[in-house]
Design a binder for this molecule. Structure first.
Ligand code: SF4
Length: 183
């Protein structure tokens, strides 16, 4: 159910999602349970994190699609991207957490961190930023991709916050352009 968390984490802070996740997973412990959920009930669980109607629709559509495919996610990114509620971030999450394949999860936080540290951003739209994707894949899409993605997401949450980063102890500090310029 890691993929469910990743779907919920889009456009939402980890602390906010963490507030509902235990109860959510207790009520919907599997994709099968989620595929049989009633829309209104699902919405009620999602109200505290916002965008509940849209999220409920997306999750339900994804769970039902998965049910129709025998609860097996496709391996290929292109095919995954054709599924409901699956963009590049969720497709990468499926590859990493379901199939154990290397991929890079790139959300706003990861883009912010890599943009600050390496000044790699070439596009505002994360999806269109090839340089960002290549850099993220160079860091996260190797052996131990799951742990590497978790580590980077953890650094974003602990250190590279949107307004004022907390750079002490950040493992990217040694190469970080943001710090160099601030000195
Ligand atoms: S050193 Fe600071 S600005 Fe650079 S990546 Fe780490 S937290 Fe972000």
């Amino acid at each position: 159910m890691q993929v469910v968390s990743e779907v919920l984490l889009q456009r939402t802070r980890a602390e906010t999602v963490a507030g509902i996740l235990p109860a959510f997973l207790e009520h919907y412990p599997s994709w099968h349970a989620l595929s049989e959920a009633r829309g209104e009930e699902l919405e009620q669980f999602l109200v505290p994190i916002g965008l509940w109607r849209r999220r409920a629709r997306s999750l339900l559509a994804l769970a039902r699609k998965l049910a129709s495919e025998g609860f097996v996610f496709p391996l290929g990114e292109r095919e995954l991207l054709g599924w409901p509620a699956v963009g590049p971030y969720v497709a990468a999450a499926v590859r990493v957490f379901v199939h154990g394949k290397p991929a890079a999860l790139i959300d706003e936080g990861v883009a912010r961190l890599l943009g600050r540290a390496y000044e790699c951003r070439t596009r505002v739209d994360i999806r269109a930023d090839k340089a960002l994707r290549e850099l993220a894949e160079g860091i996260c899409a190797g052996p131990n991709s799951r742990e590497l993605n978790w580590a980077v997401l953890d650094v974003v949450a602990k250190h590279c916050r949107p307004r004022v980063p907390s750079c002490d102890g950040c493992p990217f500090a040694v190469d970080c352009m943001y710090i160099r310029k601030a000195k």
